[in-house]
Design a protein around this ligand. Structure first.
Ligand SMILES: Cc1cc2nc3c(=O)[nH]c(=O)nc-3n(C[C@H](O)[C@H](O)[C@H](O)COP(=O)(O)O)c2cc1C
Length: 188
């Protein structure tokens, strides 16, 4: 059966992204729970905005193909998504869209996901996660109920990258642990 294979990434390419900080913690927690984790950075997958004419003329662009292959190669996804105007970040939506071509089943069907968000705002990106959950559910991903949104993100992280608040740190670990457990069950 082997370990649960989980790919972890933030829906932000920004160098100092709070969501990248958060996903690093979740990735470590999933490893501690026994998963085999691959941490991706969307900065390494510079995809154009989805364009049907471009797809028809040239196929799926190489960075999008690599991203899609990474999803195919794993059983579960840990995603930390920024919230833009109360919804999913454009970088994350675009990556999800390209990887759903030509049909979502290949990359998404039968997979599981755990979600989190971080934001300087008071709600921590919680409203965006409603949309991320809905989008993934509609393309065949089983999204676990546990999630965490880190508000006031500029003050939330200690210099070593951990979360200052023990309850928040525990919540991140719970998302990672429960996703790992579900993926293991789905693999049986
Ligand atoms: C166009 C735009 C819209 C945004 N809308 C929201 C929002 O609705 N809610 C929120 O909490 N933060 C919002 N923000 C602030 C982001 O949460 C903030 O830029 C955050 O640092 C982005 O995530 P990152 O640090 O992982 O790159 C917005 C930022 C941008 C650029």
């Amino acid at each position: 059966m082997g370990a649960a294979r989980i790919v972890a990434f933030a829906g932000s390419a920004r160098k100092d992204s709070f969501n990248k900080k958060l996903i690093r913690l979740a990735a470590r927690a999933a490893e501690a729970a026994g998963a085999q984790v691959t941490l991706l950075d969307l900065r390494d997958y510079p995809m154009p905005l989805y364009d049907g004419d471009l797809e028809a003329a040239e196929g799926i662009p190489e960075p999008a193909r690599r991203f899609k292959q990474a999803l195919i190669d794993h059983d579960g996804f840990l995603i930390s998504s920024p919230e833009y105007n109360s919804s999913i970040s454009p970088a994350l939506k675009n990556a999800i869209d390209w990887a759903s071509r030509p049909a979502p089943a290949e990359a998404y069907q039968g997979k599981a996901a755990g979600l989190m968000a971080a934001s300087p705002g008071a709600l921590g990106g919680l409203r965006g996660l409603v949309h991320v959950r809905s989008i993934l559910g509609n393309i065949g991903v089983l999204v676990i109920p546990d999630q965490i949104a880190i508000s006031r993100a500029p003050d939330a992280f200690a210099p070593d990258g951990s979360l200052k608040d023990a309850a928040q740190q525990a919540a991140v670990e719970k998302v990672a642990r429960n996703l790992t457990a579900l993926v293991e069950k789905l693999k049986k």
